[in-house]
Structure formats: structure tokens, C-alpha cells
Write a protein that binds this ligand. Structure first.
Ligand code: HSE
Length: 410
């Protein structure tokens, strides 16, 4: 018999408890041993809740109970989650988590503590919600040298962009619905500014390339400057605008992780990933590419990955899996995004075609419905990003928007 503690009874925590009891019989069969939830930790009271007797406000109850060998951390944030998780791992209790901020900022350290104490720190639910991506990247694709990963990693922003395009809904209204549906972070700034996607690409990069990539080392832009006009130009160009988190191996052996909105052409499957869904392309030397797709946020989709990790942790009791990476003391293995060769879409007001030609040479002009006479939109040729920045300053009009074009390899 193994007893489980759930840390946090919010959207994902309540989903975890709900899913566990809904499918308890088959979960126990798959785990190969009796399992039950003994504690639910939360500072709030839940009078009348069917699991009220399991509620505790004290982590000591969990730390000091030897029956508890499995812990699901679904609180979010680094504090106090880090101390709670560390304390569990130091006592040999395996921890599974959906907390991407914790894994992205403290993953290497927690993985080391788990290894030292012969238990596991699993985090399938931290990236891609319901989508299996951590285990496949570590196991099923292990024979490959991974060359890149590109994905729509944030459900909230994908939901907002989809609503803006399909229903001409304004940004605020779409965000409000995403919050009501339980997709958004407590502070949705993390979603719309790209920080959430950044944490997820850090986790995937660390796992794929074996060294901890810290969020502070990653260039990150969110969707707040994307306008309905940009979305219309993306359509007329033959694609869609999406928030993309990606990482690629460069020729010099460095890696380039980045988060930014991008025009994605319709030949790329990611352009068709809508609503709260996430899509993740993985590129490798043997596989060419594989795509993972599913619900990237929400109560039961995320609980699905948490409960699967609980089952795995129960099966692996007494051993520590090799799903880990080294810590990194400096970021010398991260390439400068300004050196990357990219193509940009540009929207400008009052710019002359002569100044566009002078700055960029031959460009592809785009058009949209109700385009004002003074507005120009075009796609510039590929060049190093720092050269593009310099040339953009040569335009004689006001730049209203500049969005990168995603190439097929991310
Ligand atoms: N806020 C996150 C998202 C939740 O929208 O994707 C899942 O990590």
C-alpha cells in the first residue's frame, strides 16, 4: 500500500483527486499496488467537501508520515513549493509536479536531491498539459540526436489568438474566458508575456540537451503587441500568427532557445493548432520530425499527466530514473538570438516603397481588407536579426509591427 499526498487543492489539485477516485480501480491495477490519497494540503478551508477529512494545513503531517511515499505538488510558484518538495525528496518521498516554474528554475537541484535519496522527481504535467512529451523525449526518442523543438506551449495565449481571429473577440474578453475555464495562470501576465511558454521551453531544452537552461537566459516576447491587423496579414500571407517556444542546435554546438510570436505557414502543422490545444514538433536525426498534440491546460487534462506520474512513481518505488540533466553554472552554451538568421513581417504607416527597397531590396508585399492607403505590410528577406534591426531604422514611416517568420524547422 502506498499513500499519496496532494499539495494544493486548486484547479489541478481538485482535478487530480477527482480523476484518482473516478478511475481508482484501474489506476491501482496499473500501479500494481494499493494506492490511496491520505492528505490534501491547502491553507484554505473547504467545508462540506467530500474529501474534507483528508485536508491539512501542515506540511509536517506529510513529511512525518512514513506511509506517504508519493506526493503530487500542484500548488504552482516557487515558494513555498520548493521547500515543500525538497523536504519530501530528502525524506525519500517521490514527487510529481505540474509546476513548470519550479522545474524551470530549480529542476537540476531537485533532480539531484531525488537521485541522492533514491526516489523520483517527475514532471510530465509541467509541459503540454495532457500531452505526453517529457517521457517520449526522454525514452521513445532517446536514440536520436535532437536537433530542435518548436511548439505552441501555452494554451491561454493560443485560445486568445484563436478567438481574436475566428470570432473577432477582443483581447480582454478572450483572456477573461480563458481565466474562467481555468487555463490561465493566477497572474495571467505569465501567459501573455510568454513567461509560461519560456519555462516550458526551458524544461524541454534542459531535457533534450542535457544542461539546465534557466528562464533568465532565454529571449522571451509575448503576444501583447500582436494586433488583429497582424493576424489578418498572417492569413493573407498563407498562415497564422502563433506564440512559439523553440530551441535549436546551432552549427557551433550551442543551442538557441527563444519564445516569440511568429507567422507560421500553413504547411507547418503548428499553424493549425487552435483553441487551448498545444502542439509540439520534435526534430531529430533519425525521426526527421514527430508532432505531439493535445489539450495544453485545464483541470482534468493536467490531472491526467499528474496521475500517470503517480502511477509511474509507484511502480518505480526504490529506484531513481535517469530522466534528469546537469546543472549549468553559466550560459556560454546558449547562442545569441540576434545572430540568428530570420525573416520578418513588417507593418508600417507612411513608409514609402522606395525606402523599403533601399533598406531591404526585394520584399513580398501583403494586403488585407480595409487596408489604409498609408499602410504598407511586407515580408523582408532572411538576414541576421541584428542586421534587420539596423535596416528597419532606415524606413521613412512609423513601424507598427514586426513579427518573425517561423521556418519549417522551427
Ligand atoms: N497557463 C498555462 C497555459 C496552464 O495556459 O498553458 C498550463 O500550463
Amino acid at each position: 500500500m502506498a499513500k499519496i499526498a496532494v499539495l494544493g487543492y486548486g484547479v489541478v489539485g481538485s482535478g487530480t483527486v477527482e480523476l484518482f477516485y473516478k478511475n481508482k480501480e484501474s489506476i491501482i491495477k496499473k500501479a500494481g499496488k494499493e494506492l490511496d490519497i491520505k492528505y490534501i494540503l491547502d491553507i484554505r478551508d473547504f467545508p462540506g467537501n467530500p474529501y474534507e477529512s483528508k485536508l491539512t494545513k501542515s506540511i509536517d503531517d506529510i513529511w512525518n508520515d512514513d506511509e506517504v511515499t508519493l506526493v503530487a505538488e500542484v500548488m504552482g510558484g516557487v515558494n513555498p513549493a520548493f521547500d515543500f518538495v525538497k523536504g519530501c525528496l530528502e525524506r525519500g518521498k517521490s514527487v510529481v509536479t505540474s509546476n513548470k516554474e519550479l522545474v524551470a528554475k530549480k529542476g537540476a537541484e531537485l533532480l539531484k536531491i531525488a537521485e541522492r535519496n533514491g526516489c523520483n522527481f517527475l514532471f510530465e504535467a509541467s509541459t503540454g498539459g495532457a500531452i505526453p512529451i517529457i517521457r517520449p523525449l526522454h525514452q521513445c526518442l532517446a536514440a536520436n540526436t535532437i536537433t530542435g523543438i518548436a511548439g505552441i506551449l501555452n494554451g491561454t495565449t493560443n485560445f486568445i489568438l484563436t478567438k481574436m481571429v475566428d470570432e473577432q473577440m477582443d483581447f480582454g474578453e478572450a483572456l477573461k474566458i480563458a481565466q474562467q475555464l481555468g487555463y490561465a495562470e493566477k497572474d495571467p501576465t505569465a501567459d501573455i508575456e510568454g513567461h509560461d511558454a519560456c519555462r516550458k521551453i526551458c524544461i524541454l531544452s534542459s531535457l533534450a540537451f542535457g544542461k539546465h537552461v534557466y528562464p533568465d537566459w532565454v529571449h522571451c516576447e509575448g503576444i501583447t503587441r500582436i494586433t488583429p491587423e497582424d493576424a489578418l496579414y498572417a492569413e493573407s500571407w498563407g498562415g497564422a500568427v502563433k506564440l512559439i517556444g523553440s530551441v535549436k542546435r546551432m552549427e557551433d554546438g550551442k543551442i538557441l532557445p527563444i519564445v516569440r510570436p511568429a507567422f507560421v505557414c500553413s504547411a507547418n502543422q503548428l499553424s493549425h493548432v487552435s483553441d487551448v490545444f498545444n502542439g509540439i514538433m520534435v526534430y531529430g536525426d533519425a525521426i526527421d520530425q514527430v508532432m505531439f498534440y493535445g489539450r495544453g491546460a485545464g483541470k482534468l487534462p493536467t490531472a491526467s499527466a499528474i496521475v500517470a506520474d503517480i502511477i509511474d512513481a509507484a511502480k518505480m518505488n526504490g529506484t531513481s530514473v535517469s530522466q534528469r540533466w546537469e546543472d549549468s553554472s553559466d550560459n556560454s552554451f546558449i547562442a545569441d538570438y540576434k545572430d540568428d538568421v530570420v525573416s520578418f513581417y513588417v507593418r508600417a504607416d507612411g513608409a514609402s516603397k522606395e525606402s523599403v527597397a533601399k533598406a531591404f531590396g526585394d520584399v513580398e508585399y501583403l494586403s488585407r481588407e480595409n487596408q489604409p492607403e498609408s499602410e504598407l505590410a511586407f515580408v523582408a528577406p532572411e538576414m541576421a536579426e541584428r542586421d534587420f534591426d539596423a535596416k528597419l531604422k532606415l524606413l521613412d514611416g512609423k513601424v507598427l509591427g514586426a513579427v518573425r517568420i517561423l521556418n519549417l524547422e522551427g
